[in-house]
Structure formats: C-alpha cells, structure tokens
Design a protein around this ligand. Structure first.
Ligand SMILES: C[S@@+](CC[C@H](N)C(=O)[O-])C[C@H]1O[C@@H](n2cnc3c(N)ncnc32)[C@H](O)[C@@H]1O
Length: 241
C-alpha cells in the first residue's frame, strides 16, 4: 500500500516514520509513504500556498489551485483522496479497516484557517478525527495512517488486532501481566488456570461488561449472539443494573 500526505510541514513526519511498527513496516516494504510539500506547487517566487479569506476575517486559507496541482501530480485513477477536516465523517476502526484495503490513498492536510471550500469537489471523502480542532491536518494524517498500517498483512499478528477494541463492536477485555500480585491487586485466577475455554469465556464476558459499563452505545448497535445475550444478563444482575 502507498500512503501519500500533502502538507505544509513535511518535517513533522521525521519521527513518525522512523520509529517502531511504522518503521518496521516501511523497512519490510509492506507500506510506502510519500510526504509531499505543498510549496512545490506554489506558482509564485515566494512559494506562497495560502491567502487571506475572501470577505475578511482572521487567518490564512490554503488555495484550491495549489492543492489541485498537487493532487494532479501525485494521484492516479486508483488513488483514494481524503480531505482532513473537523467537518468530515468521524474516523473509526471500520473506516481504518476499509482504507487498509486500498492500493493508494492521499491524505490532504489543511492548516491555519483550513482550505478553500472548492477543493471539496476533488476528493473522495472527508474525515475528522473527532469533535475538536487541531492546528493542522498533520496529526490526524499520522493517526489515520498509523491505524491503517497496523491492519496491513504481516505488519502485526492478526490476532493482535482481531480482539482490539472496536474490531468486533466491543471494547477489549482487561489485560494483565506480571507481577501476579501488585499492591494487593491480583491477576484473576482464571487467567492463570491454563484452561483455554474458561479464559475465552472470561474474556468475552469482561469485554461485554466493559463495553456495557463504558460504551452502552456500542452494545445497542451490536447484534448479540445467544451466548452474548446470556452473559449480558448475568452482568446486569452482577452490576445490579
Ligand atoms: C485550525 S483547523 C481549521 C478548522 C476550520 N476553520 C473549521 O472550523 O472547520 C486547520 C486544519 O487542521 C485540520 N484539522 C483540525 N482539526 C481536525 C480534526 N478534528 N480532524 C481532522 N482534521 C483536523 C484540518 O486539515 C484543518 O483544515
């Protein structure tokens, strides 16, 4: 897969691309990143890519002709074009999964006041990473590409993400490691029992419990199996809800 990022601040990616799982995926040729500076597509000698807002007001707006030239030079019919904006669809694990199946995506970062509205007609989708406003699209582009890369074949073991929160519509069950007892808090006995069936049941039940107590909206959306419904009834009794 190829991920291209259009940005005014390419240096922000130096650390992101040179550490941990992202670096390993690049080194193993499982993903290719290309960071593209908008300034390359400026048409004035001072490399300006933005201008003041029409109608007045604070800040600068990235010009649509600059972004359009950058898109024309860096995309083909196969490239899925994503505009990063707090006004877009809110990102989630399902979108990450769908994007991980694309051959090539381009993430378009705004900065300052954002970009000229007309650029919206050149993109395939608009994504927000949540209901808050950041200074630019660079961190959203990192967050989105990070969540995609870990879903690509051979980047991490598939069972590492199949149980992750949101993958099956639930939050993940609680995880523990050594020490077995810490400040009076003990790892649940069942996890030390070596009984795989019991561990599986415990994890499903605790995953349901966590989701029910913290994110009931996810439970309401999920089609529960017979077994999950039974476990949920037990949880409601145990929690006296
Ligand atoms: C300061 S923001 C502009 C916000 C814009 N004036 C508005 O109110 O919708 C600058 C850029 O940061 C990026 N950005 C900020 N918050 C974001 C979010 N929650 N999700 C995705 N991108 C975001 C976008 O690319 C945006 O164009």
């Amino acid at each position: 897969m190829k991920i291209k990022i259009l940005t005014l601040f390419p240096n922000m990616y130096n650390g992101f691309l040179s550490e941990s799982i992202i670096k390993r995926a690049i080194d193993k040729n499982l993903v290719e990143f290309e960071i593209i500076d908008y300034r390359k597509y400026s048409n004035d000698k001072h490399n300006h890519v933005d201008d003041t807002p029409c109608g007045g007001g604070a800040g600068m707006v990235i010009r649509c002709d600059v972004i359009d030239r950058a898109l024309k030079d860096n995309t083909n019919n196969n490239t899925y074009k994503i505009l990063l904006t707090p006004q877009g669809n809110v990102f989630n694990q399902k979108i990450a999964f769908d994007l991980s199946k694309k051959d090539e995506i381009v993430l378009i970062c705004g900065h300052y006041e954002g970009f000229d509205e007309r650029i919206r007609s050149y993109v395939d989708s608009e994504i927000s990473i949540g209901d808050f406003v950041l200074t630019g699209g660079e961190i959203p582009a990192m967050a989105i590409s990070d969540s995609i890369v870990r879903l690509l074949d051979d980047v991490i073991k598939e069972d590492s993400f199949m149980d992750d929160s949101f993958s099956n519509g639930l939050l993940e069950y609680p995880q523990y490691t050594r020490p077995i007892e810490y400040n009076g808090m003990k790892v649940p006995d069942v996890l030390l029992s070596g009984d795989h069936k019991k561990i599986e049941n415990y994890r499903l039940k605790e995953s349901l419990r966590k989701t029910y107590l913290r994110r009931k909206d996810l439970i309401d959306k999920k089609e529960l199996s017979k077994e999950e419904k039974k476990l949920l009834d037990e949880i409601k009794k145990e929690e006296s809800i």
